[in-house]
Each structure stands twice: as structure tokens, then as C-alpha cells.
Ligand binder design. Structure first.
Ligand code: NAD
Ligand code: SER
Length: 315
């Protein structure tokens, strides 16, 4: 089997995706890479800046890579602070990954986002195919990314596939500067201090997913029968949606004294207010049998149990 390269492998998704891919295919078959050095792991690691074609080419050649999970990116909150850098990394990186994939016949996974939608998109049960006029630089790079992946598939036959993820919740690696990060931070603060000050307002409803479902979704769409795929790229996928108030109420079932209060960040709130409340993921269900396993109750129980254990060991 040709090997797998993961870019941005030290991030929130990559740190769990690499472990899952190595469990499935073997440690030596999965090359983790990032622009920064990681801690020693149980398999190959390469320093790769995804905006540098030469670095990508060299690693793809040397390791005999057949599939690239391209996770390197700048997320929504940081992208609004540094829009020029976000364009360079998110679009420049994806373009170079696709070119290397075209030249070396690699398959590519590209993660899009609820950020690919905007204020004129229907916000409830957001359809698979709908209006996409995002007003953030992150969103602009995600829509452009979806389109260029479709282009490379149609024009050059690159097997590019992708998902539109909602906010992802996980307990292994802290999130890297997104608008939905509150839904992870709240758990750390709940376990440590029983208190969290939220930067989004109490009624801000956003789509979310627990990381084990997200990892499985990536591996399933890449393994899906190509003949069944109508969309290939940018499948809506979702598992749950909630507001900060509803998440706090769920946490209170486990930590009855938990307190949430609010100091709304107007810039992050403005981003969240342009994103869907809930996605319609029927295309993913129909074309490759997508089905999430974790709802709000199951995710909250698992997060608190695992974080509780880890943070108490660290004390
Ligand atoms: P993250 O910020 O946690 O990790 C991104 C990684 O990319 C970091 O380790 C960083 O060092 C690396 N990186 C940055 N610039 C690089 C460069 N030039 N070359 C190589 N590596 C570079 O992000 P994540 O949460 O793991 O997200 C991964 C992908 O999934 C991104 O495309 C993101 O937009 C998408 N996504 C994430 C979420 C989420 O909630 N985490 C939701 C939707 C989509
Ligand atoms: N979690 C991501 C963000 O907030 C969604 O793409 O940027």
C-alpha cells in the first residue's frame, strides 16, 4: 500500500487522525508532518511547510505517498486577525498539495467547514447545495478550497474528497484558534474550576461533532466506493447542535455547581452569527452511509470522564 501523509498533523484533528490511521494501517505507513517540530511519536515525522512545493514533493517522493490528508490551515478567529497569512496558508497550501497530488497521482482529503457558509445561507438544516457567500477570510478560503478540489477532480482526475465539518470537540489537543473553541474550553474550565466565562452569547446555536465521529468520517469518506459519490467534496456532516446555555445545562448533570457567565467578544460573535445552526447531512448519509455515534449527552459524559481522569493525573 502507498503511504499516507498528514499535513498539519500536530493540530487538534491531526493529533488524533494520525493515531487512528496508524492503528488501522501501521505506524510506518503514516507520515505525520507539520511546520513545527512535534514530540517524538511512534512513527515517521517530517517538518513540512505546506506552502513550499519543494518540501511537499521531496517528502511525497521519498516516502512513496499515495494519499494526503491536508489539515494544515489557519482557523477562523486567527484568520480574521491575519487575513493575508490565512490566504497564503489556506489557499497557497491547498493549491500546492493538489499540484503535488496531480503530479504523483495521490488522493487528497480536504476539510471544509461550516465557515464556508455566510449570512445569506439558510441557517436551519442548511442544504448540501446552497448559497455560499461567506464574509470571513476563513470562509472565503474554504469555499475556494471546495471549488479547487472539485476542479482538480474533474480536470485532472485527482481523487480529492472532503467534508464540511462543524465545530469539533476533543480532549487530546486544544483547538487552534477557531470561533467554536468555546465548546472545548468550557470542559477544561468546568473540570478545573467549575466555572467558565463564554465569549459567545448564551443563545448562539452552532453545529458540533465529537472528534471520534470526525476521525471516522474522514476515514470513511476516503474509503467510500467512488461510483456512489455524487458530490465527492465538501459533504455536510453533523452530529449535534446546541447553544452555550444548553451545553452548560448538560455539564450541570455531571457537575451540579457548574456556573457559566458571559463576556461576549463582538468579533467572534459576528462570525458565529453568519454560520449555520444545523446542517442537512443527508447527502453523506445516502452516498457513503455516514452516521454519527455521539449526541450531546454521550459526548458530554465522555469528555468529562476522560478529561477528569487526565487532569487529575496531572495535578
Ligand atoms: P489546528 O489549528 O489545530 O492545526 C493546524 C495545524 O497546521 C497546526 O499544527 C499548525 O502548526 C499547522 N500549520 C499551520 N501552518 C502550516 C504550514 N504552512 N505548513 C504546515 N503546517 C502548518 O487545526 P485543526 O482544528 O486540526 O483543523 C485542521 C483542518 O480542519 C483545517 O483545515 C480546519 O479549517 C479544518 N476544520 C477544523 C474544524 C475544527 O473544529 N477543529 C472544523 C472545521 C474544519
Ligand atoms: N472550528 C472551526 C472554527 O471555528 C470551524 O471551522 O474555525
Amino acid at each position: 500500500m502507498a503511504k499516507i501523509l498528514v499535513t498539519g498533523a500536530l493540530g487538534q484533528i491531526g493529533s488524533e487522525l494520525v493515531a487512528a490511521l496508524r492503528d488501522r494501517f501501521g505506524a510506518e505507513e503514516v507520515v505525520a508532518s507539520d511546520i513545527r517540530m512535534g514530540r517524538p511519536d511512534d512513527g515517521p515525522f517530517e517538518l513540512v511547510d505546506c506552502t513550499k512545493s519543494g518540501q511537499l514533493q521531496e517528502v511525497v517522493h521519498r516516502h512513496g505517498i499515495g494519499t494526503i490528508y491536508h489539515l494544515a490551515a489557519i482557523l477562523s478567529a486567527v484568520a480574521e486577525e491575519k487575513p493575508q497569512a490565512a490566504w497564503t496558508v489556506n489557499m497557497g497550501g491547498l493549491y500546492r498539495v493538489l499540484e503535488v497530488a496531480r503530479q504523483n497521482r495521490c488522493a487528497v482529503f480536504f476539510p471544509s467547514s461550516i465557515g464556508a457558509f455566510g449570512p445569506t445561507t439558510p441557517r436551519d438544516q442548511t442544504p448540501q447545495d446552497t448559497i455560499q457567500r461567506p464574509t470571513t477570510m476563513y470562509g472565503v478560503t474554504k469555499v475556494s478550497g471546495e471549488l479547487i478540489c472539485d476542479y482538480y477532480a474533474r480536470r485532472f482526475g485527482v481523487d480529492a474528497r472532503g467534508l464540511r465539518f462543524p465545530g469539533l470537540i476533543s480532549h487530546v489537543t486544544r483547538p487552534g484558534g477557531g470561533t467554536t473553541d468555546y465548546a472545548v474550553e468550557i470542559f477544561y474550565q468546568a473540570v478545573r474550576y467549575g466555572h467558565y466565562t463564554c465569549y459567545l452569547g448564551p443563545d448562539t446555536r452552532l453545529d458540533m461533532m465529537y472528534m471520534p465521529d470526525a476521525i471516522r468520517a474522514m476515514m470513511e469518506v476516503m474509503a467510500a466506493d467512488a461510483a456512489r459519490l455524487v458530490h465527492r467534496n465538501a459533504f455536510n456532516v453533523t452530529a449535534m447542535n446546541f447553544t452555550p446555555e444548553e451545553l452548560a445545562a448538560e455539564i450541570r448533570k455531571h457537575i451540579p455547581d457548574f456556573v457559566i457567565d458571559y463576556e461576549v467578544d463582538s468579533e467572534l460573535q459576528a462570525i458565529a452569527d453568519t454560520w449555520p445552526h444545523s446542517l442537512d447531512d443527508s447527502a453523506a448519509r445516502a452516498e457513503w452511509d455516514w452516521a454519527p455515534e455521539f449526541d450531546l449527552a454521550a459526548m458530554t459524559a465522555d469528555m468529562l470522564e476522560r478529561l477528569g481522569r487526565r487532569l487529575s493525573r496531572a495535578r
